[in-house]
Design a protein around this ligand. Sequence first.
Ligand SMILES: NC(=O)c1ccc[n+]([C@@H]2O[C@H](COP(=O)([O-])OP(=O)(O)OC[C@H]3O[C@@H](n4cnc5c(N)ncnc54)[C@H](OP(=O)(O)O)[C@@H]3O)[C@@H](O)[C@H]2O)c1
Length: 324
Amino acid sequence: MKALICQQYGLPDTLFLTEIPAPVVSKGRILIQVKSCGVNFPDTLIIQGKYQFKPELPFSPGGEVAGIVLEVGEGVENLKKGDKVFALTGWGGFAEIVEADAFKTVLMPEGMDFVTAASVMYTFGTSYHALKNRAQLKPNETLLVLGAGGGVGLAAVVLGKIMGANVIAAASTDEKLAVCKLAGANECINYATENLRERIHEITQGRGIDVVYDPVGGDFTEPAFRSIAWKGRYLVVGFAAGNIPQLPLNLALLKGASIVGVFWGAFAAKEVSESLTNFKEILDFIQKGLIKPHIHAQYSLENAHLALTEMMERKIIGKAVVVL
Ligand SMILES: NC(=O)c1ccc[n+]([C@@H]2O[C@H](COP(=O)([O-])OP(=O)(O)OC[C@H]3O[C@@H](n4cnc5c(N)ncnc54)[C@H](OP(=O)(O)O)[C@@H]3O)[C@@H](O)[C@H]2O)c1
């Protein structure tokens, strides 16, 4: 089968397309003929050996696939050959065939296309867990989303609106903010050209932010935390900017505020039934037409490395998808 391979850790342009043997299905697992693979920030880290999981070299990146079941392993009862599914694989999705755990695989609802199916689990799963379970976001609260044009950021904007919040989207370009506005953001802040704290003060008339969703880290974390309202919740989602910011803890004391960690993968493994409930609710939002993932571009397997390069260059708005 064809696969885009990481032979040694490096940047996306070190990946190469080659023929490798197809995986052999093992107990409790299935083989999926990949139709599409969502691109996520961890894909850029895993190929550099900088992610929390380090698959044995050589491997293909690509952690979120949609496709057709080719074979089921011993003990798999809920899936059969020919089923259309989406699955979280961690890696291996930039290939014609991938092996997946049956318990991390879900049947695609009737009428859903493969590109949509490979675009929702990871970003909407993370952001829904963050806003619903961790922040307990309530209607009419103010939600600030940093990196709002990115994968999890744009999902947080959409879900924040569904949950009835007043959403302020913050991102580095007007192009990203235009997409956030279309996704329902009430207000937008371009943090590359505007002063984040001043604009938050102006928009909230000095009241501050109830919930901050931060998948970026870096220089905007402290100003965002300083803009939090009384009893605000600051969601620590990720560090796409690269560095892990430090915060003076007196700021939390002064606002009665909480710093809340978000680790969706651990939540999905430790709180299986809550995670499944979330997932059913997300599928319900999709079927009601409340969620339509924004697809930045589709890439062939040959060009999948470009999706990773563009993600590292902050060029992707919403979701990039590799289509086979
Ligand atoms: N905690 C969890 O469970 C969980 C789950 C999923 C993802 N994450 C994390 O969330 C973060 C975002 O993931 P994603 O898939 O949404 O990524 P993404 O689509 O690339 O979005 C990240 C955003 O961060 C901003 N950014 C600022 N500096 C950046 C830099 N140096 N390189 C890249 N982006 C930069 C960009 O927005 P601007 O250009 O507008 O600043 C970009 O849109 C990652 O750190 C990921 O590991 C965490």
